[in-house]
Design a binder for this molecule. Structure first.
Ligand SMILES: Nc1nc2c(ncn2[C@@H]2O[C@H](COP(=O)(O)OP(=O)(O)OP(=O)(O)O)[C@@H](O)[C@H]2O)c(=O)[nH]1
Ligand SMILES: [Mg+2]
Length: 307
């Protein structure tokens, strides 16, 4: 509320300006980000208030919109209802989580013919708040699926510039790593190195759901089987079963089998691979990230399956 006060202008009249709008809270998908880690550590965000209105009918400044960056592939849900509010699948895509509250009206707005000196002004509306769940569903052309230690991270480090941690113990990979594979001269595709899968994952064992939700948005699955494993067919069965128990959609994705670490093969390995191949309609390949044997054929297969 304000009245005009000037020398020689008695009864200058109401001149209080309107308050500014509060800032919007917006989620923005950014293709450069690959995890939601930032939001694990920082959990609360608030857009600034609008500034109060000022004399001389000047409106207050609106609060700047708060733009929170999230990786492409982020699904936004209401914590309360679990309902999906947005699915940010494109770089730069925005979702207005909460529009800023409206600013109040200054007393200048309330002047009428019969009330020329309104002593009334309106306060701004309270901002709103919301509790959201952010879930990242990675988007990649090929997802590497396999037991812990199958050699998934090593493979992605060989075919792309990604440098995930590699170690000889299970569950080295906790968050997916995305790698871009250059193919021939001009083409490229993306491969996701996913955390290891174990029996019972669909019920939450190991990294369970965390793993499976990422698989949902890969187009093709490369199933890695360690060539030192005792029973290839049993491994494939367990992995397939986990996928289909999680969702029917996963088991309908195109897939193929890649037996890894062939540099450690023994006399029987080749025979066992052939036997596995005879039991499946899907392609069965073998490769070694260490010796590079079969790596080009593997890339060719990935390319063929996604195009
Ligand atoms: N000899 C040989 N060892 C390999 C090969 N690929 C991976 N390894 C070894 O196998 C172990 C596991 O490799 P990772 O790439 O970390 O396996 P991962 O599938 O990513 O494992 P998680 O992240 O735990 O699921 C490491 O000790 C690697 O050095 C290969 O082609 N040949
Ligand atoms: Mg790994």
């Amino acid at each position: 509320m304000s009245f005009r006060r000037e020398k020689f202008v008695p009864k200058g009249g109401p001149d209080g300006g309107n308050g500014g709008r509060g800032g919007d809270v917006i989620l923005v998908a950014n293709g450069q980000l690959h995890t939601l880690l930032d939001h694990r550590y920082r959990r609360e965000y608030a857009a600034p208030n609008g500034a109060p209105g000022e004399p001389s009918r000047r409106s207050g400044k609106s609060g700047r919109a708060l733009r929170i960056e999230v990786p492409v592939g982020t699904v936004v849900r209401s914590e309360e209802s679990g309902a999906m509010l947005a699915d940010l699948v494109e770089d730069g895509q925005e979702f207005i989580v909460l529009p800023g509250g409206a600013g109040g009206r200054g007393n200048a707005e309330f002047a009428t013919a019969t009330n020329q000196t309104p002593r009334k002004a309106e306060s701004g509306r309270e901002g709103k708040d919301a509790q959201l769940l952010l879930e990242l569903k990675l988007i990649a052309d090929v997802g590497l699926v396999g037991f812990p230690n199958a050699g998934k991270s090593t493979l992605i480090s060989v075919i792309s510039a990604a440098r995930p941690r590699i170690a000889d113990y299970p569950f080295t990979t906790l968050e997916p790593n995305l790698g871009i594979v250059r193919y021939r001269e001009y083409d490229s595709f993306t491969v996701a190195d996913l955390p290891g899968l174990i029996e019972g994952a669909h019920e939450g064992k190991g990294l369970g759901h965390k793993f499976l939700q990422h698989v949902e948005r890969t187009r093709v699955l490369a199933m890695l089987i360690d060539c030192m494993s005792g029973d290839y067919q049993a491994d494939v069965d367990v992995l397939r079963n986990e996928l289909s128990s999680y969702s029917g959609e996963l088991s309908e994705k195109p897939w193929f089998i890649a037996v890894s670490k062939t540099d450690t093969a023994d006399e029987e390995t080749q025979e066992r691979i052939s036997e596995l191949a005879s039991r499946h309609d899907v392609p069965v390949l073998s490769f070694s990230s260490v010796s590079q044997e079969g790596i080009n054929a593997l890339k060719d297969m990935m390319w063929r399956m996604i195009t």
